[in-house]
Design a protein around this ligand. Structure first.
Ligand code: NDP
Length: 292
């Protein structure tokens, strides 16, 4: 593969990707809908294309980093994709990625979908640990793996073009659950003059870290199908504690709305007779018993 790439989309992330390739000595052709966003990169050595079609024509490897899947369709409309290797790192759903892959194949291009697990300051900084999930054409990934590894690390997760998006969204969904917990925890304590956030904050961090092995425990139980072995906090005990959580929120004048959906699932699983389990069985409620 040649050390050249066309990049469509110069938002915060696209600009960071472009800079990483320029710093690594790549020849970079850029295009952005609002053309003047390319000016700084041109000063740093990039070539600005006058249109998206011209950017696509410039190199075999074409990377799109746009707002959403609709903007990818809009930008590439009218471009000749024959023989191109299209890598779309725009965030979207798994079905959008699969459809975009079929769309690209119908236009004669190989396709790879990416899910970026990094924020712009992590791009070009290997020790920051960022990476992109890639799925789709294994041949495309092999051909361009060196170029793709320049901005952040790469993790190829299979030929199903939707699987990069799926794993990206799964990781971020885990994060949002954690953010909900952090939000509620600070809402509980921040009004108390005697509680210093300076002292409380490292305790919350430490607690979340010490609970993180739950990820491994849930995975092991899902694999084995045995949800009751080695349970240290059983559901019956945890549901008995719900009134304490809701009561404390009420006493503090804090809405329990971030926690109650999770508590409701715990109660349903307990009512189903699974009080000896931990929380692994809740995965089944979301995926099998309706309401999911
Ligand atoms: P920005 O909002 O900074 O940039 C959006 C880009 O999309 C701009 O180049 C914009 O062009 C372009 N665009 C929007 N609509 C259209 C359209 N209809 N036609 C053509 N171009 C369009 O986003 P980011 O760079 O931050 O993000 C890009 C992708 O990377 C997103 O899918 C995002 O989810 C993903 N990502 C971002 C992360 C982040 O922390 N920033 C982290 C992980 C993933 P214009 O300049 O003309 O408006």
């Amino acid at each position: 593969a040649s050390r050249s790439v066309s990049l469509l989309g110069l938002g915060a992330m696209g600009t960071a990707f472009a800079r990483a390739w320029l710093a690594a000595g790549y020849s970079v052709t850029v295009w952005n809908r609002t053309a003047d966003r390319a000016d700084a990169l041109v000063a740093e050595g990039a070539t600005a294309a006058a249109s998206a079609a011209e950017a696509v024509a410039a190199n075999a490897l074409v990377v799109t980093c746009l707002l959403d899947d609709a903007s990818v369709g809009a930008a590439l409309e009218g471009a000749d994709l024959t023989g191109k290797d299209l890598v779309d790192v725009t965030t979207g759903t798994p079905a959008q990625a699969r459809a975009r892959g079929e769309w690209a194949a119908a236009r004669g291009a190989r396709f790879l979908s990416g899910g970026i697990m990094a924020v712009p300051p992590m791009v070009g900084v290997p020790e920051a640990g960022g990476y992109v999930f890639y799925s789709g054409s294994p041949e495309l990934f092999e051909t361009h793996r060196a170029a793709l590894a320049v901005p952040v690390g790469t993790r190829y997760v299979g030929a199903n073009a939707g699987h990069a998006a799926l794993q990206d969204v799964a990781l971020l969904s885990g994060m949002y659950g954690m953010l909900a917990g952090i939000t509620h925890a600070f809402a509980l304590v921040r009004g108390e003059a005697e509680i210093s956030l300076k002292e409380f904050t490292p305790l919350l961090t430490g607690w979340l870290m010490s609970m993180s092995p739950t990820v491994e425990q849930v995975a092991a139980q899902l694999d084995s199908g045995d949800y009751t072995s080695d349970v240290v906090s059983n559901l019956a005990m945890q549901v008995a504690g719900v009134k304490t959580f809701v009561g404390t929120a009420r006493e503090q004048g804090v809405s329990p709305e971030l926690l109650t959906p999770y508590f409701d699932l715990m109660k349903r699983r307990l009512e189903g007779g699974q009080g000896a389990e931990g929380v692994t069985g809740l995965v089944e409620l979301l995926t099998r018993d309706g309401n999911g």
